[in-house]
Write a protein that binds this ligand. Structure first.
Ligand code: PEP
Ligand code: MG
Length: 590
């Protein structure tokens, strides 16, 4: 083997494949002056590159239309129309006639167009900057003879491991699953949405590799171990066999845990814990229902939207929510309204912000676009007829947002009534506690909401001011920090006093040691990735709530996250032995 690169485990599974390096960025272009006699050739070169780019876009359009439908494929029409734009072409041709090389001429005109569009007063035109950038990259790559880095177009069966600097959830959902078998990124962490999504899609992934794109050229054979976060470059046949062995061991361990699915999540001293599943895409619902989860604690509806150019209409949303509700036949299904923004964006239509996680995200975006929000609310009220659906609002910081959302919910119900459509009016409305504001002031919310769900991914990010997706900060993303533990404790106490239910649905609940801490802090409902349900159940069934409470008290007294971890690990090891998975979960699990 040449070498290994260690990253952060993001989605389990061991895959042997070939590196497909994705550098979807505008290449550097040298200034090149051409003599008069070359102008004609350069003009032809430009036309040939444009024609080739159009051919590729038509091809992509056909592929995406077949796999994702006509609406998705429409993205490519915009790019095709840019390539057909006469004004743009004339601009480039004029510069070539002034003796500039075709690639530099094209580069300069595209830069000017992108700047002009980005500053345009009309949002419709600002939205086109992403398409212009794609066209810029595509044509320049052709003019410069660079390798084809197309992110969505690979031959089926290529067994490609996509290696890239960073990946957005919108690109992740578009990946062609017939050819891409795993993802590896320089950036990202376990709680980045690309990692969460990879787990939901069942795509093995390693993130936070930092130097992978710099160290790889493309085409190398690699083993990606999504469970330990390792990328082995040019492995020998014996090494590959060892990985297969590990793969078999993992499968056996999981099969043993699966036997727990039918058992109750109850501690040795008889405290009952409700374990639910996080569902990110509706197709996951049936498998999640088989995991032993007692309902859905968080459905992330924004994954219906990311990677698409259009919002799903009411009927499409209704079908998606109904599918999840019916898969869980009568069990509670908590569906969160769109948490669009941050790192989860549809294609086009949304402004780029200097601080997206502090920006126009989630409930803020929904309340500012009531017509769009009400489409979702109507779909939810209709789906609620089919089971125990509950609605949850993300990123709440103040009661005003809850009241405004409730008003829109009432309007949505009136609209359905006027249309004569069947719906349920008395749907419980809960909120995510995922900002320090919501946790500290949780007492201001209890009167007007039906339940809390603590989103530790964002709560940790906003409390500690540590970007949840930044690989270089991953060691500083410490859910056991005293501030986080105190905020969780406070929220649980406030919920108890206010007599409303409280759950934890962030990744923290998936990790055995932290699940033990949460139990000790009084949490009696947790929602975790379906794959983690049996593991957390095992922890719950192996300890007493009394012991967990003592451990949590010690953790709360600790001065640092590391000390808290030590206190908890020591006490958990007392009852459950010293299994390595106790400390971080099944590797890559989450
Ligand atoms: C969270 O923030 O903990 C959460 C569950 O929501 P998301 O990860 O989708 O932001
Ligand atoms: Mg969140």
């Amino acid at each position: 083997m040449d070498r290994r690169i260690q990253g952060i485990p993001a989605s389990p599974g061991i895959v042997v494949g070939y590196v497909h390096l994705l550098r979807w960025e505008v290449p550097d272009v040298r200034h090149r002056i051409i003599p008069d006699e070359c102008v004609k050739d350069e003009l032809e070169k430009l036309q040939a590159a444009i024609a080739r780019a159009k051919e590729r876009l038509h091809h992509l359009r056909t592929r995406v239309e077949a796999t994702a439908g006509a609406e998705e494929a429409a993205i490519f029409d915009v790019q095709l129309s840019i390539l057909d734009d006469r004004e743009l072409q004339r601009g480039v041709e004029d510069l070539i006639r002034q003796n500039l090389g075709a690639e530099k001429a094209f580069d300069l005109v595209m830069l000017e167009w992108r700047t002009r569009f980005a500053r345009h007063a009309a949002p419709m035109l600002r939205e086109r900057v992403g398409d212009l950038t794609d066209v810029h990259i595509r044509v320049l790559s052709l003019l410069l003879g660079l390798p084809d880095h197309d992110p969505v177009d690979l031959p089926p069966g290529a067994n490609a491991i996509l290696v890239t600097h960073d990946l957005t959830p919108s690109l992740t959902v578009q990946l062609d699953r017939k050819s891409i078998v795993a993802i590896a990124t320089d950036a990202g962490t376990r709680t980045a949405h690309v990692a969460i999504l990879a787990r939901s899609l069942g795509l093995p992934a390693v993130v936070g590799l930092r130097t992978a794109t710099a160290e790889l050229k493309g085409g190398e054979r690699v083993v990606l171990d999504g469970s330990t976060g390792m990328l082995a470059i040019n492995p020998t046949d014996e090494e590959i066999e060892r990985y297969h062995e590990r793969q078999r061991e993992e499968e056996t361990a999981e099969a043993a845990l699966a036997d727990l699915a039918a058992l109750e999540a109850i501690t040795l001293d008889g405290v009952r814990v409700t374990l639910r599943a996080n569902v990110d895409i509706p197709e996951e619902a049936e498998a999640a229902a088989r995991s032993g989860a007692e309902g859905v604690g968080l459905m992330r509806t924004e994954f219906l939207v990311v990677g698409r150019a259009n919002m799903p209409d009411e009927d499409e949303q209704y079908r998606a929510y109904r599918r999840v509700v019916e898969a869980f036949a009568g069990m509670p299904v908590v569906i969160r309204t769109f948490d669009i923004g941050g790192d989860k964006l549809p294609v086009g239509g949304f402004p780029t912000e200097p601080n997206p996680f502090l920006g126009w995200r989630a409930i803020r975006m929904c309340l500012d676009q009531p017509e769009m929000f009400k489409v979702q609310l109507r779909a939810l009220l209709r789906a609620a007829v089919h089971g125990d659906l509950r609605i949850m609002l993300p990123l709440i910081i103040t009661l005003d947002e809850v009241l405004a959302a409730r008003k829109l919910l009432e309007e949505a119900a009136v609209e359905l009534k006027e249309r004569g459509v069947e719906y349920r009016a008395d749907v419980p409305l809960g909120v995510m506690i995922e900002t320090p504001a919501a946790a500290v002031a949780s007492d201001t919310l209890t009167r007007d909401v039906d339940f809390f769900s603590i989103g530790t991914n964002d709560l940790v990010q906003y409390t500690l001011a540590v970007d949840r997706g930044a690989a270089n900060l991953a060691p500083r993303f410490t859910p056991l920090h005293p501030a986080v533990l105190r905020l969780i404790k406070r929220t649980v106490e406030v919920a108890e006093l206010g007599d409303i239910e409280v759950a934890v649905c962030g990744e923290m609940a998936s990790q055995p040691l932290m699940a033990f801490a949460l139990l000790g802090l009084g949490v009696r409902q947790m929602s975790v990735a379906p794959r983690s349900v049996p593991l957390v159940k095992r922890i719950v069934r192996s300890v007493t709530a009394a012991h967990a409470k003592l451990a949590a008290s010690a953790a709360l007294r600790a001065l640092t996250a590391e000390q808290a971890r030590h206190e908890l690990a020591r006490r958990l090891a007392d009852v459950i032995g010293d299994a390595p998975y106790l400390y971080d979960g099944l590797p890559g699990d989450g």
